[in-house]
Design a protein around this ligand. Structure first.
Ligand code: GSH
Length: 252
């Protein structure tokens, strides 16, 4: 039985898991699921609806980017993704947790809120997909997928305003972590792998790029993930006043 990684194309936590597997030199089969449809399939296979999930060669199942990276680090020693010194390890794990719970989630909400407003960039994010739907089809189903995903992730307009205001401080937090040497070293650790994909995905949005470009956070993301699908021109993320009551959040 080969190692199987269950992913959705363009997903930032999936990139975390894939990069960890590549660094460890583990060969694996990439099983790409279709956005939203993946939730039911993952629930059946892993008991919860998210990607990434991994099934190791002995049948062991692990769900979640952080859990996958940690389990992989236990199974394959080199190169280590977590420092052996307890204090260093605690620092990396704290930052990794923040990267997962705060940065990763905010990035996801902003993306889906943007595509809910304007789904036209979605075909560019499907580049390299195993399910190459024609752009015309993606354009048609894109708004439906975006509305569904925005609802699942609580990506409404009022949250979007709050999230957009938080971006500069999140980037500053990553810059400080690089400055302190917790991430950004020659050999990526678990926190690098958790954080860089979110920043890299943000860089595909011209509305976010000016807050990131030229910063250590941006440089780290591009160094670890030089290629990333997708481009959203300026204006994809709406700069709006809250919509009328009832339409202002993701229930629409
Ligand atoms: N923080 C978790 C969550 C991953 C996550 O939310 N993945 C999204 C795709 S980017 C997903 O599958 N969402 C479906 C859902 O939340 O039901 C991780 O890093 O694995």
């Amino acid at each position: 039985m080969s190692v199987k990684l269950y992913v959705v194309q363009g997903s930032h936590p999936c990139a975390t898991a894939e990069h960890a597997l590549e660094l460890k030199g583990v060969s694996y089969k990439r099983v790409e699921l279709v956005e939203l449809a993946h939730m039911a399939l993952q629930r059946v296979r892993f008991g919860a609806p998210t990607v990434p999930g991994i099934v190791f060669e002995n049948g062991e199942k692990v769900l979640g980017s952080r859990a996958i990276v940690h389990r992989l680090d236990e199974r394959v020693a080199d190169p280590p993704l977590l420092p052996s010194a307890p204090d260093d390890r605690a620092r990396v794990e704290d930052l990794e947790r923040w990267g997962d719970e705060e940065l990763q989630s905010l990035t996801r909400r902003v993306c889906w809120a943007a595509f809910r407003h304007d789904a036209s960039p979605m075909p560019s994010y499907a580049e390299g997909s195993k399910w190459p739907l024609p752009a015309a089809v993606i354009r048609r189903v894109g708004p439906i997928i975006a509305r569904g995903a925005a609802r699942v992730h609580g990506a409404g307009n009022s949250r979007l305003l709050e999230d957009m205001r938080a971006v500069p401080e999140l980037v500053a937090h990553v810059n400080r972590a690089i400055d302190e040497g917790t991430i950004g070293g020659q050999n990526p650790n678990a926190a690098d792998l958790q954080i860089a994909p979110s920043i890299r995905l943000m860089l595909t949005f011209d509305d976010l790029k000016p807050m990131i470009d030229g910063t250590p956070a941006g440089a780290l993301a591009v160094r670890l993930f030089p290629d990333w699908p997708g481009h959203s021109p300026a204006g994809t993320i709406p700069r709006h006043r809250p919509e009328s009551a009832g339409a202002s959040d993701a229930q629409a």
